[in-house]
Design a protein around this ligand. Structure first.
Ligand code: NAD
Ligand code: DAU
Length: 366
């Protein structure tokens, strides 16, 4: 039985990981630590909040003393670190929070883990610090370059990816220098339920329903490798169970799409849903599909993102071979589930787009 501290567990991937973990390992104890920034939402954890094995703590990963207390009081043996500022566009307009949370916050967690797990009277056998990182640390690819492997040299291009790269290096150093049991996973773009509507896929779905423009940065030919979020949780599970300490593991969907094609695919899927379910026209009267009009007409080319990476692609051969990893969801099934989730969970996305609700709900738990 494991005792997990999950940082950032009220965010998109963290919450999906907590759902996955508690359904699969119901005897494990799970403590979520989350600062509930604009991206964190306690309602993402509604389905587990009453479970006796679940605890939510409202706090910041930069608070080393708090982390030490949590590690000791809950006898934590496994720390899974999701907490981060995660949106590239925000890192371009305001990098400070990214340096603070992604670098200083990770450093604070490492210091706390070292102090509690390694520096006491005895070393905690079997402890694990798992760091959740991104493919963006490897930089950008041309259309013909081979995909990123774990040996690809780091070349981060945005303040976000540079801050993640810095945190990856600190994690590596704490293993090499102090012997902390670390693993790191570098994953490609996730999509699925609870994805904050500032990111491409949920933004497109919610904008279609509001009948607002679908902004395409630059020429829309940038490529991302999309993975259903539950398959990311599954990959982390395998790394935690069988991954070798001190190693990095790439996790990806082998599923490259140009942005413009993703947007067109989602537009068609939403239209099909409106044809199948007549009730949607009543619930979302603003949507073009409610009037049998062409959703793609909302596509609007806008100024490109500064320093926009052209292509990401993950070569997950090591993870596939060593850990027998294979995503369970195809893109076809994953994106259909995702569109259906947003159509069925209007209350969730309307509420996370309303900051006052988020502040109010955070107060309920502080
Ligand atoms: P997110 O922005 O949806 O969630 C981040 C969570 O961290 C939020 O709940 C937020 O409240 C919390 N948080 C932020 N700062 C904090 C702090 N100082 N202390 C405590 N909690 C804090 O992010 P996400 O998309 O779920 O990403 C989770 C992790 O996965 C990140 O480390 C990100 O770099 C990585 N990642 C994301 C993707 C992706 O496609 N979204 C892909 C690969 C890796
Ligand atoms: O690759 C993993 C990364 O994927 C994670 O590390 C990040 O945390 C996560 O946010 C994501 O980064 P991206 O920048 O790739 O995701 P985003 O959804 O912001 O954008 C996806 C692509 O779509 C990117 O090429 C920019 C483009 N885009 C995005 C938005 C929000 C648009 O063309 N229009 C938009 O309005």
């Amino acid at each position: 039985m494991k005792k997990l501290l999950v940082t950032g567990g009220a965010g998109f991937i963290g919450a999906n990981f907590v759902h996955y973990w508690m359904a699969k390992y119901s005897a494990d104890k799970v403590v979520v630590l989350d600062a509930l920034t604009y991206a964190g939402n306690i309602a993402n954890l509604d389905s587990v909040k009453d479970d006796a094995n679940f605890t939510f703590v409202h706090g910041n990963i930069c608070d080393q003393a708090l982390i030490e207390t949590l590690l000791v009081e809950h006898s934590i043996d496994t720390l899974v670190h999701f907490a981060a500022e995660s949106h590239v566009d925000r890192s371009i307009t305001g990098p400070d929070a990214f340096i603070e949370t992604n670098i200083i916050g990770t450093y604070s967690l490492l210091k706390a883990a070292k102090k509690v797990w390694l520096d006491g009277d005895s070393i905690l056998a079997g402890h694990r610090f798992h760091h959740v990182s991104t493919d963006e640390v490897y930089g950008t690819l041309s259309p013909t370059d081979p995909a990123f492997t774990e040996d690809t040299a780091y070349a981060p291009n945005s303040p976000y990816s540079a801050s993640k790269a810095a945190s990856d290096h600190l994690v590596r150093a704490y293993h090499h220098t102090y012997g902390l049991n670390v693993t790191t996973s570098n994953c490609s773009n996730n999509y699925g339920p609870f994805h904050f509507p500032e990111k491409l896929i949920p933004l497109v779905i919610t904008n279609i329903l509001h009948d607002t423009a679908l902004p395409i940065y630059g020429d829309g030919q940038q490529i991302r490798d999309w993975l259903y979020v539950e398959d990311h949780a599954y990959g982390i599970d395998l790394v935690l169970q069988d991954g070798r300490v001190g190693e990095n593991y790439n996790i990806g969907g082998d599923n490259e799409w140009a942005n413009i094609d993703i947007v067109k695919t989602i537009s068609k899927l939403v239209e099909q849903e409106f044809i199948k379910n007549k009730d949607l026209a009543t619930r979302f009267p603003a949507a073009k599909a409610a009037r049998a009009q062409n959703t793609e007409s909302l596509i609007t080319y806008v100024k490109d993102r500064l320093g926009h990476d052209r292509r990401y692609a993950i070569d997950a051969t090591k993870t596939n071979n060593e850990l027998s990893y294979k995503p369970k969801e195809s893109f076809e099934t994953g994106i259909a589930k995702t569109v259906a989730w947003y159509l069925n969970n209007e209350a969730w996305w309307q509420s996370v787009m309303d900051g006052s609700y988020q502040n109010w709900i955070a107060e309920q738990y502080s």
